[in-house]
Write a new protein. Structure first.
Length: 313
């Protein structure tokens, strides 16, 4: 059954003055006007934060979610100073995040839900139930066209949530070359294709990239050259036809050149960094990629320290 978008409150569908106000916050950034050479390359997070997702818009602020309780932390990239924007609550999770140009922050909620927040205040504007609460893992999100697209690591389906308006969620079953392996994380990171007509999805196990048609859901495996696979593939970031694949437990980023149809990818180089400690997702600002260290191989306790790190593109 195709899930439907619940009718949100008036605050959830932003229009008029509210939308304009958010647009001021999320509008044109200062990346070209301000040198980032002296900005910190390590961004501390509160102890016990349990981060996994990071989002950056057109202004120098990073938003980082918590797996502990769904909280959201905002950091100033220029100084490294941050604050808890949304305190979260027991039972919530924040995994993948993306920031829209209108100031809406879309959050993958793991336990079958997507959340939409005001990026200025952290206010929770809407919660969208995508699936049942068990047996699913809503993991990552990207923005393409009029929808925010969410992956489910435990089910062969993508979920398209209308951006900033009412409407039904579109469930897009994955077919074609897609291989769904039981009891492990499959679909993880997701980005749009260079032509804007499809989505590139990484399957963490066994480490494959797919080009998914938004019209049909047919997934075509992307042929890799120079790499056998992208095992432990997690977050994706794309700049033109350059695709960055974060391979979390391998502590590296694989950088691929895509062909024009995004059906083949050639490994150009890899990025490694001693400060990587199981990086999961990435976001770009200026000439840097910022990655969050999830530290999955370390104790996940209230005393465990966490951070995000920056590397040059």
């Amino acid at each position: 059954m195709t899930p439907t978008h619940p009718r949100p409150s008036r605050r959830a569908v932003l229009g008029g003055a509210a939308l304009a106000a958010l647009a001021v916050t999320a509008g044109a950034g200062t990346a070209n006007a301000t040198s980032s050479a002296t900005w910190p390359t390590e961004l501390p997070l509160p102890d016990g934060w349990l981060p996994e997702g990071i989002a950056i818009g057109h202004k120098p602020y990073a938003y980082l979610g918590s797996r502990a309780n769904g909280a959201i932390y905002r950091t100033d990239l220029r100084t490294g100073a941050g604050e808890v924007l949304y305190a979260g609550t027991t039972g919530q999770v924040a995994v993948g995040l993306k920031l829209d140009r209108d100031g809406l922050l879309y959050v993958a909620g793991s336990t079958g839900v997507a959340r939409i927040h005001d990026s200025r205040t952290g206010e929770l504007l809407n919660t969208v139930q995508l699936t049942e609460t068990t047996g699913h893992f809503i993991n990552d999100v990207t923005l393409l066209g009029d929808r925010a697209w969410f992956t489910d690591s435990r089910d062969a389906v993508l979920h398209g949530v209308p951006r900033g308006r009412e409407g039904e969620v579109r469930a897009l079953p994955l077919t074609g070359d897609w291989v769904q392996t039981p009891d492990v994380n499959n679909a993880n990171g997701v980005v749009g294709t260079p032509d804007g007509r499809g989505l590139i999805v990484v399957s963490s196990t066994p480490g494959k990239l797919y080009n998914v048609s938004l019209r049909t859901g047919v997934a075509t495996e992307i042929a890799l050259a120079g790499a056998e696979n992208v095992a432990n593939g997690d977050g994706l970031w794309r700049i033109g036809r350059t695709l960055y694949v974060v391979q979390n437990r391998l502590n590296l980023i694989s950088v691929f050149d895509l062909d024009a149809e995004a059906t083949a990818a050639t490994l150009r180089r890899t990025i490694t960094e001693p400060r990587f400690d199981v990086p999961t997702t990435a976001a770009r600002f200026g000439d840097r990629l910022y990655l969050v260290n999830a530290r999955f191989t370390s104790p996940q306790t209230p005393e465990t320290t966490f951070n995000a790190v920056a590397v040059p593109l």
